[in-house]
Design a protein around this ligand. Structure first.
Ligand SMILES: Cc1ncc(COP(=O)(O)O)c(C=O)c1O
Length: 345
């Protein structure tokens, strides 16, 4: 087989011919001077979609999160965040390095902290304690396997945050996967947070870029932080055009990714020795355990790779597969067959 089925991540998506045409035709100007018409259009579009007064285009999800944390905290503050959050696990310690904060990490099943858990982690105002100034949630939760934060839980945490004068940031890198899975509108999710970040790359298929949405004053402040972090871009309309295209054309199709993830999970359930519960797969990320096989994970990984199937190694005994716009129904059917043939050898 010479075709590659790449299920390592939805970051592998490539711009479609129509998206490339939008990129080629983009009007551009110097965005650091506020003169890129396509970036301005994208920011206005994103703000409206998320029901916030303003938005900011940034190069990556990591930068979006870090700008928000910098904006909402002071050095020495504590932020409450789930242990497996992307901000904790995969951002190179940036929140401590760039904002001088101390993370207060809470371990939660499926990545979903409860309101009680969050409340009990808020420090009293005693001068020995760090000031708890921010609560960060991740929806969908990447490392927990694409789990969706229940709106009720978000709202309960919001009530506590408001009562204690604590801000909330949403790492919504895959917010639109949550939107598709639940039917909850993006502005409803966003209404509970001071700042929301979401990615135009990954499932939405743009090659580069993330958005921050917030109030006008905070976006103005975050624009300054973006510059400080080296994220001020010049003729960025070239990539903003891809982002606009993604928001207009690639949200509804996330349902296909979720269907493909279900199909894959149900196929994996039938492979003796693989541990997975398809009912727990809510969006496009599947984590499954292979600890019962005699073969090492490396052997399994390489055997699948030889057959053209790429997965990522999640823990020493589990793999992760992520569906995305580069994956068809037939790819999933073939992936299940490859896994069956490889694992049952
Ligand atoms: C939940 C979450 N937040 C943030 C990011 C960071 O995005 P980027 O890779 O654009 O920096 C990712 C990337 O995978 C993610 O999964």
């Amino acid at each position: 087989m010479n075709r590659i089925i790449d299920l390592r991540s939805d970051t592998m998506t490539k711009p479609s011919p129509d998206m490339r045409r939008a990129i080629a035709n983009a009007d551009v100007g110097d965005d650091v001077w506020g003169e890129d018409p396509t970036v301005n259009k994208l920011e206005a579009y994103a703000a409206t979609m998320l029901g916030k007064p303003a938005a900011l285009f940034v190069p990556s999800g990591t930068m979006a999160n870090q700008i928000a944390i910098r904006s909402l905290t002071n050095p020495g503050d504590e932020i409450i965040i789930e242990t497996n959050a992307h901000i904790v696990q995969y951002e190179s310690g940036a929140a401590s390095a760039l904002s001088g904060i101390q993370p207060c990490t809470l371990s939660a099943p499926r990545g979903i902290m409860t309101a009680e858990q969050v409340e009990s982690a808020i420090k009293s105002p005693d001068i020995h304690n760090p000031l708890t100034s921010l609560i960060c949630l991740e929806n969908t939760h990447n490392r927990a396997g694409g789990t969706v934060y229940p709106l009720k839980t978000i709202s309960q945490i919001r009530n506590i945050a408001t009562a204690r004068n604590i801000a909330m940031h949403l790492d919504g890198a895959r917010l639109f996967n949550a939107v598709c899975a639940t039917g909850v509108a993006p502005n409803i999710y966003a209404s509970h947070f001071e700042t929301v970040s979401f990615c135009l790359s990954k499932g939405l298929g743009a090659p580069v870029g993330s958005m921050l949405v917030s109030s006008k004053a905070r976006i103005a402040q975050m624009r300054r932080i973006r510059k400080m972090y080296g994220g001020g871009m010049r003729q960025a309309g070239i990539i903003a055009a891809a982002g606009l295209y993604a928001l207009k054309h690639n949200i509804v199709r996330l349902h296909d990714d979720h269907k493909h993830a279900q199909l894959l999970a149900q196929g994996l359930e039938k492979v003796p020795g693989i541990m997975i519960d398809a009912k727990k797969i809510e969006t496009n990320i599947i984590i499954f355990d292979v600890g019962q096989f005699h073969q090492s994970q490396d052997n399994l990984f390489n055997a699948l790779k030889r057959e053209g199937l790429l997965l990522s190694r999640f823990t020493p005994t589990s793999f992760r597969a992520v569906t995305h716009l580069g994956i068809t129904h037939q790819d999933i059917v073939d992936a299940i067959e490859i896994i069956n043939n490889t694992f049952l050898q």
